[in-house]
Design a protein around this ligand. Structure first.
Ligand code: ACM
Length: 652
């Protein structure tokens, strides 16, 4: 019965797509999220979109009308480039009202209270295109939606001939659900060049993200030039060059070259900040202290309480923490800045003075997570500090450090933000909290009146595997697209007033290059974008996934990598009473068929189709599975060793 209803649903869905894709339908209709529309696939889903009859055809001479305004000029240049390159059409601009303009970008004279600072109204008629907004940011977002209404070839980096450059007539009113729509990019574990960071920004702005959180310092690298502290980048930015599964590497030999790494000069940072700002993205810097600080300590060992720090080197992926008893971890070496050493606060003052000047964004993130405090417990300097300051516990020592750092950050005119562990020892009321270990920390913090950004592991950790570990680069946890899509950054028990927004975090221990960074970010980045921008009531997984597939085609043309993992089957393994394995296969996405083999050959759609749990034949060594939609393979060939399945019953 369920299957029949699903089939009916998909039949109706395809009828609707057909009806709309031939002529746009004869009547206006609101795209209320209940249908997937082949022609209109905007991500994140707009607040309201009414589709009208007919199409607008891009003329060969495109005229963009926009008033002269510093903040608007970049949007105009952006649109001009995005239109002229793939279409080969001539695009000119005019700064006075013109009856013949093709596309008008208009700033409202009277503020429209509904759309706020980042919203826009987009009107596409057969005659012209008008985008209206209160602020330049809104026009930029309107432009992103406009581009998504054009054929997918608009994403091309070169001219594409033979395309009918048309778009459906629509009326869109759109604005974000939340103001903080971020992605965190860890450029410390692996280094990404300035141009790669720009490439990452280019991809995120398509989906209306407005914050790039750069994790600039960790055990594996210090990535920003600080004047007067040259060793931070001479020593701290470099490590041994290793590949494989980061974390298990053989410790580098003392004389092993430290040739992997890099850093951003202050000029690079200014360029990145300006590049981001032109695209309405703020960059938030993070210097993670007091833990995760080995790169700084390798450069300046006097920042540590541990005398042996003179021998420390920047981590190259060898084991330095013991997580076997859970969090906080046990440090095998001391990767913390010493809270009892005044030199540390002088050092941080220098660092944050320069960072505050380089990054105009109002927040500085100071980390505070996963501090291995076992070296502090035995240290005489710390014991003296505790006596002097009346600190009773080691968590209170961290809280003392956090408060001192907060004073430094606020003295530079910036707001202080840190990971949710800082709540443990007590933190000032003004501290903003980034909730990562669980939503509950963010909920508690919001109810205690702290500003909160939600980035919980359960939904927003995009360094986690996207499908079965058998195909994905091995990470210790998984997060599927459908789970990311469930993310609601403002749970009912939180104080919504204090939830600024949310972000996805890309840690890069296992991310060696920008292509893999993209693979990890997309499509989960679509899901998070939709969680922070679109109305909660419009959430609809089949509709979202239909649009996601359209964006796979766009990203192919844009040459941005994404993960096809959502098509991979899910293996659920049980052991029956007779000790046989029983393997259930399922998919995240409806409407797919799975074909399998146990005979080592590659299944296709002429092989047995999965319909009920499988019992591996007695001598079988591997279960191979591939997903199809109709006669087209969509998934990757999965090679699941029976030996691996044998280990799984009872495991989560
Ligand atoms: C974190 O993931 N340690 C913030």
């Amino acid at each position: 019965m369920k299957y029949f209803i699903q089939t009916l649903f998909f039949a109706l869905l395809s009828f609707n797509i057909y009806a709309q894709s031939i002529d746009g339908g004869s009547e206006s209709e609101e795209n209320n999220g209940s249908i997937a529309n082949a022609e209109i696939a905007i991500i994140p889903e707009p607040v309201t979109l009414v589709k009208n009859t007919g199409h607008f055809v891009l003329p060969t001479n495109i005229v963009i009308e926009a008033a002269k305004n510093n903040q608007l000029n970049q949007t105009v240049a952006f649109l001009k480039e995005r239109l002229s390159i793939p279409t080969g059409h001539y695009v000119s601009t005019i700064s006075v009202p013109s009856a013949t303009a093709t596309i008008k970008l208009l700033l409202n004279e009277k503020t429209d209270a509904v759309i706020g600072n980042e919203g826009y109204q987009l009107s596409v008629t057969q005659k012209h295109i008008i985008i209206k907004a209160n602020k330049p940011a809104g026009l930029f977002y309107g432009v992103q939606s406009l581009l998504q209404l054009l054929p997918k070839e608009i994403e091309s980096k070169e001219e594409v001939k033979g395309i009918k450059w048309t778009m459906p007539c629509v009326e869109v009113t759109d604005y974000p659900r939340l103001g903080w729509r971020g992605l965190m990019f860890d450029v410390a574990r692996h280094y990404f060049t300035k141009d790669e960071v720009k490439q990452y920004i280019d991809a995120m702005v398509r989906y209306k993200y407005n914050i790039l959180h750069l994790h600039l310092a960790d055990d594996e690298g210090w990535r920003i030039e600080i004047k007067g502290l040259p060793k931070l980048t001479e020593v701290g930015a470099w490590r041994a060059d290793r590949t494989g599964t980061f974390g298990d590497f053989i410790p580098p030999k003392p004389d092993e070259p430290r040739s992997y790494g890099g850093f951003y000069t202050q000029e690079d940072i200014k360029e990145l900040v300006a590049y981001a700002a032109e695209r309405f993205v703020n960059i938030m810097p993070e210097i993670d202290v007091p833990g995760h600080s080995l790169a700084a300590i390798a450069a300046y060992p006097e920042l540590s309480c541990t005398p042996d720090a003179v021998n420390y080197k920047v981590r190259s992926g060898e084991k330095i923490m013991d997580w076997s008893r859970g969090a906080p971890p046990l440090g095998l070496i001391d990767n913390t800045l010493c809270p009892a050493n005044e030199k540390v606060y002088v050092f941080l003052d220098t660092v944050f003075t320069q960072i505050a000047k380089l990054f105009p964004f109002e927040y500085i993130h100071v980390g505070g997570d996963e501090v291995a405090r076992n070296f502090w417990e035995k240290n005489d300097q710390i014991k003296e500090l505790m006596k002097r300051e009346g600190l009773k516990t080691i968590p209170q020592v961290q809280a003392y450090f956090t408060k001192r750092v907060e004073q430094i950050v606020t003295s530079k005119g910036k707001k202080f933000m840190a990971w949710d562990e800082v709540l443990e020892g007590g933190v000032s009321q003004n501290a903003a909290v980034m909730s990562w270990r669980d939503m509950k920390y963010g909920v508690e913090a919001s109810n205690a009146g702290h500003e909160v950004v939600m980035s919980p592991t359960q939904y927003a950790y995009i360094d986690y595997m996207q499908a079965d570990a058998i195909t994905e680069p091995r990470v210790y946890a998984s997060l599927r697209l459908s789970k990311s899509y469930e993310f609601d950054p403002v749970p009912a028990n939180a104080n919504a007033k204090f939830i600024k927004g949310a972000q996805a975090n890309l840690w890069t221990e296992q991310v060696y290059n920008i292509r893999q960074a993209e693979y990890m970010t997309w499509p989960r980045g679509f899901a998070i974008a939709e969680s922070v921008w679109s109305p909660k009531e419009k959430k609809n997984w089949p509709n979202f996934f239909a649009r996601t597939e359209k964006h796979f085609e766009r990203l192919d043309i844009a040459e941005t990598k994404y993960a096809p993992s959502v098509y991979d089957p899910i293996f659920t393994v049980k052991r029956s009473a007779d000790r046989n394995l029983s393997v259930t296969l399922s998919t995240e996405v409806e409407g797919l068929d799975m074909y399998y083999s146990f005979d080592n050959s590659f299944p296709d759609h002429f092989y047995p189709k999965y319909s009920s749990p499988l019992v591996p034949p007695i001598d079988a060594k591997v279960l191979k599975v591939i997903t199809y939609r109709g006669k087209k393979p969509v998934g990757r060939m999965m090679n699941m060793p029976i030996e691996e399945l044998e280990k799984r019953p009872g495991k989560r």
